[in-house]
Design a protein around this ligand. Structure first.
Ligand code: NDP
Length: 247
């Protein structure tokens, strides 16, 4: 029960990797605030699923790319839960295209949700963590933020940005007992990747040294470690969770 009496905010926590992270943290005692933007029923379903572990769970509609809206929700969570100890920036979108066909909207949308959304959430919890002299920030980057990927210039830039943001925040807050780290997943089976053609999936799988596609739980286990006190002396780190793909 590494997260007893701790509250975790998980953006994009109602499905995919975010739900797996919220589940892992709740199982180990964390109170959970999940933020979602899509289907309210998904949020309700996730809340019911997470509630079985006996901790406090709430869902909040929040577009993380909206500075004011995300501030309002962070303040509301602090009021309703008493405090926040863990911030998991997991929300993310793709708009994959070659730069040749990528318009400004495709670029801005991905940067706004993935990178600015991560900044917004860190910005609004920053002072709270500083005052507490405690905090765990874990953001979801991607191996393509390390390697680049044809067809994902916007997404790769957003994920590389998250890595720079994470390292800077880690340096700013290390003296205050606050850590900031990132995970860089490889190919994980979720809605985001289910849209890929089978041919692409098979080709990717063949390149993974571990010879299997990752699961949301593979990522959740590493995020939980980074959010725990076991990782108190780990900050500014990026851990690949990719079965060796980007090695
Ligand atoms: P999904 O598409 O399954 O889920 C994305 C999540 O992000 C959803 O919960 C969605 O909320 C949320 N979200 C999207 N836009 C916003 C927004 N504006 N504000 C708040 N929440 C938002 O993706 P995954 O679970 O696969 O991905 C989770 C994270 O992991 C992402 O950051 C992704 O980039 C990253 N990642 C995924 C990889 C993979 O192979 N799957 C590989 C590397 C990184 P809602 O449910 O309400 O729509």
């Amino acid at each position: 029960m590494r997260f007893e009496n701790k509250t975790a905010v998980v953006t994009g926590g109602s499905r995919g990797i975010g739900l797996a992270i919220a589940t892992k943290l709740a199982k180990e005692g964390a109170n959970i605030a999940i933020l979602y933007v899509g289907d309210e029923n998904e949020g309700i379903k996730a809340k019911e699923e997470l509630s079985q572990y006996g901790t406090k769970v709430e869902q909040y509609f929040c577009d993380v790319s909206n500075f004011e809206e995300s501030k309002k929700v962070v303040d509301q969570v602090i009021e309703e839960f008493g405090s926040i100890e863990i911030l998991v920036n997991n929300a993310g979108i793709t708009r994959d295209k070659l730069v040749l066909n990528m318009d400004e909207k495709d670029f801005d949308a991905v940067i706004n949700v993935n990178l600015k959304g991560t900044f917004n959430m860190i910005k609004h919890t920053y002072k709270h963590f500083m005052k507490k002299r405690y905090g765990r920030i874990c953001s979801t980057a991607s191996i393509v933020g390390l390697t680049g990927n044809a067809g994902q210039a916007n997404y790769s830039a957003s994920k590389a940005g998250i890595i720079g943001l994470t390292k800077s925040v880690a340096k700013e807050l290390a003296g205050r007992g606050v850590t900031a780290n990132a995970v860089a997943p490889g190919y994980i089976a979720t809605d985001m990747t289910s849209v890929l053609p089978d041919k692409v999936k098979d080709a990717m799988k063949a390149q993974i040294p571990a010879k299997r596609i990752g699961t949301p739980d593979d990522v959740a286990d590493v995020v939980a470690f980074l959010c725990s006190d076991d990782a108190a002396y780990v900050t500014g780190e990026v851990i690949r969770v990719d079965g060796g793909l980007a090695m």
